[in-house]
Design a protein around this ligand. Sequence first.
Ligand code: NCD
Length: 447
Amino acid sequence: MTTTYELALGSLLLTGGTVLGSDGPVLADVLIENGIITAIGQGLNAPDAEVLDVEGCTVGPGFVDLHTHLREPGKEQAETIETGTRAAALGGFTAVVAMPNTDPVLDSAFVVRAVLGLGATAMAEVAVAGAITVGRNGQELAPMAELSKLGVMLFTDDGTGVQNGGVARRALDYCRGLGATYAEHCEDLGIAAGGVVHEGYWSSKLGLPGQPASAEEAMVARDLLLAGELGARLHLLHLSTEGSVDLVRRAKAAGIKVTAEAAPHHFTLTDASIASFDAVYKVNPPLRPAHHGDAVVAGLLDGTIDAIATDHAPHTPETKDLPFDEAPPGMLGLETAFSLSYERLVLGEGLAMEGLFDLLSTNPARIAGLDAQSDRPFGQSEHGGRVTVGRTANVVVIDPRAAWTVEGSSLASLAQNTPYEGRKLQGVVRHTILRGEVVVRNGEPTR
Ligand code: NCD
């Protein structure tokens, strides 16, 4: 299926920013006409264009989130495609991959088509990850070939790992045949044994059931073995332990076709937060001691982990206010991902801004099949890469000098379950441009 997108008419001139171009950052203006970047240079003149003065800001490719829970269909009280993509645009994302753990599950052509249809006019482009198994039941394979014909490039039972190694092996083999990627939520439920937090000091002290790091690592190891044996492409979702990072590092060195993502909460929070017993800190995989977050950061810096993904998981206050062990896991992420990553990786570790854009835009665009080189079989425009003439204008403008304070009630998400309430963050998303349309102007959504 091809959803043909529309390019915004009219012209837009971004003046005086630092542009992440093909030869590195340059001080330049960027002219966008009818949705396409048509000129980059100093002192550009376009009398009819809307002018945005972006002096002091970075102009880069819009971010791409590999892991967004849009909750539609089924949990529209927590988020919808409209509100979730508005949050995405405010966070600087021009494309998101919608996770399939909806109700009904994204395991049939009918539901996938419906989500793509609603996404076609959204404030960020929507790609879909299809379920691996029917109803995410872990047993019977979903009609992967049919979903692949619609353009599904990633398959996952996210929310649950595929527990049966035989089913995982068969699905990996199917994905290989279809040219798709098998994406795993790594959690061995037998080892996790119902643990709702990381097993360690805080779980013991607070008397909350813990799950050990090995619950994640055992499935990472299994899937790496299977992917290596089959020559299949594997993507590992929300990696959170030192051992997982180490396994992926070794697998990459051995030539296994694996990519991995990490979520900002795993490298900016620790399990000490759960001492509040506030379920806003409950998430899967659980928050862990700082050395795990440090290992994730090392993995992001040395290329072991390819992408930062939000795992944006909205939940209503009614469910998040339940006692810790009963509340659902998950936290908001779209609107805070850039600032958190900028603070930790650029300000904290000295990563170049371009490196951060690789993690938030170029690499996830490639993994999702949304980059210029891919077929983009849903018909989306190209994402990631560098800001160059001739490309579709999917662009974000960042102001690294500005700071903001997180307020759950001011976020665009329907849900408010941010673990960063009241926290002052450095780095602001000023403008987001989707196919030439300014969808966020000065930090405000335009629709
Ligand atoms: C996600 C959700 O709420 O759908 N929750 C979470 O804690 N991460 C599921 C998932 O991504 O595992």
